[in-house]
Design a protein around this ligand. Structure first.
Ligand code: R5P
Length: 299
């Protein structure tokens, strides 16, 4: 097998370039476009025969297009003779649909995992999947990274006195607990309900937040409604200020404005999803991914 090479999908070529640079790996570009009927058309524009290939492609919006391009790139790499294909998917779309929410609904995360396996992907590197339980959806080896190492320096640099770390819902408690431990801060949690898809309502705040600088940590912001609801509840409970760090800045239209309108002061995320021009402080995930690549190469 040859030295590792990084294949850049269309979702985040800048991240692929940076990972290749940090890992000292060759970068292989790909041209991805669409046929007139909407089908994805692509070509790998470099040699991948016998390569130990790392295909960088977050499946961020438009999720279906990115997922299909990832599967087709894997197949193209296989057909071109790549010795092994490892998908590096720092944001994994459909991860929130890992269990049937009601009768007649699919397990979309499992279906997305099967699609990648069928396309010839041998291993997956993911960053902060929505739930660790999702690891069970993959039958191929999975390296599941946490983003704490990228996030904590930004949060520490904010130097927030009287800090309380807050999970915006019960599902995020473990992550918030880790950050609270690393920052030496107490923990609080907001009780959240989803009255309908893509809506969020905060029903209670558990923990002492009055007069505190509250930092909400979450895996992602899509509509921003989870963060906005949590921020409003914290302010109503007497928080001195509210700030937010989330790993994946998926950012549906209007999300950042919604979060700011809820009174969130400092906002940062990682660059796991390609920035769309939002003015957000960003933590770089390429060093984490490049290190994972270096550890995997040759194994
Ligand atoms: C939910 O369980 C997740 O951890 C996030 O809190 C949520 O998916 C964020 O979505 P939105 O920004 O649309 O509320």
């Amino acid at each position: 097998m040859q030295a590792p090479a990084v294949l850049a999908g269309d979702a985040h070529p800048a991240l692929a370039r940076r990972v290749a640079e940090l890992a000292g790996a060759r970068l292989v570009p790909a041209a991805v476009s669409a046929f007139a009927d909407g089908e994805t058309r692509l070509r790998i524009e470099g040699e991948v025969r016998d390569a130990d290939l790392y295909l960088v492609q977050p499946t961020s919006p438009p999720v279906n297009e990115r997922l299909v391009a990832l599967a087709l790139l894997a197949d193209a790499a296989r057909a071109a003779g790549a010795a092994r294909v490892t998908a590096v998917v720092p944001y994994f779309g459909y991860a929130r649909q890992d269990v049937r929410k009601g009768p007649g609904e699919p397990r979309s995360a499992q279906v997305a995992a099967r699609i990648l396996e069928c396309a010839g992907i041998d291993r997956l590197v993911a960053l902060e999947l929505h739930s660790p339980a999702l690891e069970a959806a993959f039958r191929i080896p999975l390296v599941h990274l946490a983003a704490d190492e990228a996030a904590l320096p930004i949060i520490k640099a904010w130097r927030l006195p009287g800090l309380t770390v807050v999970s915006p819902d019960a599902g995020g408690m473990k992550r918030a607990q880790r950050y609270a431990g690393a920052l030496g801060a107490p923990l609080a949690v907001v009780a959240k309900t989803r009255p309908q898809p893509d809506a969020a309502a905060a029903t209670a705040v558990l923990g002492e937040v009055r007069g505190r600088q509250c930092l909400i940590v979450d895996d992602m912001a899509s509509t921003g409604r989870t963060l906005a609801a949590a921020a409003e509840a914290l302010r109503a409970a007497g928080a001195a200020a509210v700030h937010a760090f989330f790993v994946h800045a998926v950012m549906a239209p209007g999300a950042l404005e919604r979060i700011r309108a809820a009174g969130v002061q400092r906002i940062a995320a990682t660059d796991s999803v390609a920035p769309q021009g939002e003015s957000l402080e960003r933590a770089e995930v390429a060093p984490l991914l490049a290190r994972a690549l270096a550890e995997l190469a040759g194994h």
